[in-house]
Design a protein around this ligand. Structure first.
Ligand code: 3EB
Length: 353
């Protein structure tokens, strides 16, 4: 069984070993990045701001199967019989052979992930999470998100992976600082890549958005322990391939949720017994401008419901005109800590906004 829980980062920083025996891995968001003294757990510590009044938060994935930790170069990972969660941080050192430093770091990080997965016999990745600073900044005559896309695609190609069709779900956000951060969840079960009928597949974006199309699917679906698990990629106010509602954060939030509903409905066609309605998913909501948080929360609560688990974070989004990006997951259990992150919470001082 796979369970998602959101916990205040302090719960991990102070070490509650009994709490952590069943942790497969996770991602912690704090500004500055949390210093976690838990070397055997693949916990990515990302430098991202939580909203005023909300404590730094960790997204924790737990498993009821026996777990074992490992390391491969810079990658820390932990695996069960059916899943492997890993994380890696890589500095942008010098670029080589005409590659920019970010491009080279991205290619190296993905290359090491694929090498590990080949060695351990995993064919499919359910989800990648990508974070790196200054995502919209130009350097070396190219936006950094575009440099990232070149490095990522080259690693997929070098390891014989498809770059259209059967590609993993992902998100790519701008962190406040630090090295390139990557987390991933691989499955022994086959993963079905799901696209959104309202959107051009990202791997078919025209080259106006960069020399290489981004290598990700709109969602990944896998059957784990008799349950259909859904991982919806970062989803924004894009219809076709164009950004809609420039400058209107409320409309962008509605459009993003409309897109999530469309991709979840598409996933449900492959998994007819699953419950992937908007109110059955758990969310992370990345908001570009702190001053938009209240408006995004409002639209989100009205559209999705009051009793839905959602964590809000301040982050840069991969197109300069996107103000919000929302990701979601479903089909897994939710831990008790998730209660503290309901859309509209009754009262919880540690996380109130
Ligand atoms: C988009 O739909 C918005 O490059 O891995 C969303 C999810 C976005 C994943 C990625 C980018 C990525 O194009 C941006």
């Amino acid at each position: 069984m796979l369970q998602l829980e959101y916990l205040p980062a302090s719960r991990l920083a102070h070490g509650h070993p009994g709490d952590l025996a069943d942790v497969l891995g996770g991602i912690c968001f704090a500004r500055p990045a949390a210093e976690l003294q838990l070397p055997d757990l693949p916990l990515l510590a990302v430098d991202l701001e939580t909203p005023p009044g909300q404590a730094p938060v960790c997204e924790i994935w737990r498993s009821s199967e026996p777990l074992a930790s490992g390391r491969a170069g810079a990658i820390r990972y932990r695996e069960s019989e059916s899943l492997l969660f890993g994380c890696v941080e890589l500095d942008e050192s010098a670029g080589t052979d005409g590659k920019t430093p970010l491009q080279a770091a991205t290619e190296a990080a993905y290359g090491s992930v694929f090498a590990l997965l080949e060695a351990r016999g995993y064919r499919d990745v359910l989800r990648f999470w990508n974070y790196f600073p200054a995502i919209n900044t130009e350097s070396h005559a190219s936006e950094r998100y575009r440099q990232f896309n070149v490095g990522r695609q080259d690693a997929f190609l070098a390891h014989g992976h498809a770059v259209i069709g059967a590609v993993p779900a992902a998100c790519a956000l701008g962190s406040a600082g630090g090295p390139l951060h990557l987390a991933f969840l691989a499955a022994r079960a086959p993963v079905v890549s799901v696209e959104n009928p309202r959107q051009v597949s990202a791997y078919h974006y025209p080259n106006a958005y960069g020399p290489r199309s981004p290598t990700f699917s709109r969602a990944g679906l896998a059957r784990l322990g008799g349950q259909d698990m859904l991982f919806v990629s970062g989803t924004a106010s894009i219809v076709g391939h164009e950004t809609l509602h420039r400058g209107d954060v409320a409309a962008q939030t509605r459009e993003s949720l409309h897109n999530i509903a469309a991709v979840a409905a598409e996933a449900a066609r492959h998994a007819p017994s699953a419950r992937f309605g908007l109110d059955a998913l758990a969310y992370k909501v990345y908001v570009r401008r702190a001053e938009d948080l209240a408006a995004v929360r409002e639209v989100f609560a009205r559209t999705v419901g009051a009793d839905v688990t959602a964590v809000f974070l301040r982050a840069d989004v991969c197109r300069a005109d996107l103000l919000v990006e929302i990701e979601a997951s479903g089909g897994h259990a939710l831990g008790p800590g998730a209660q503290a992150f309901l859309t509209r919470r009754p009262s919880c001082a540690a996380v109130s906004v």
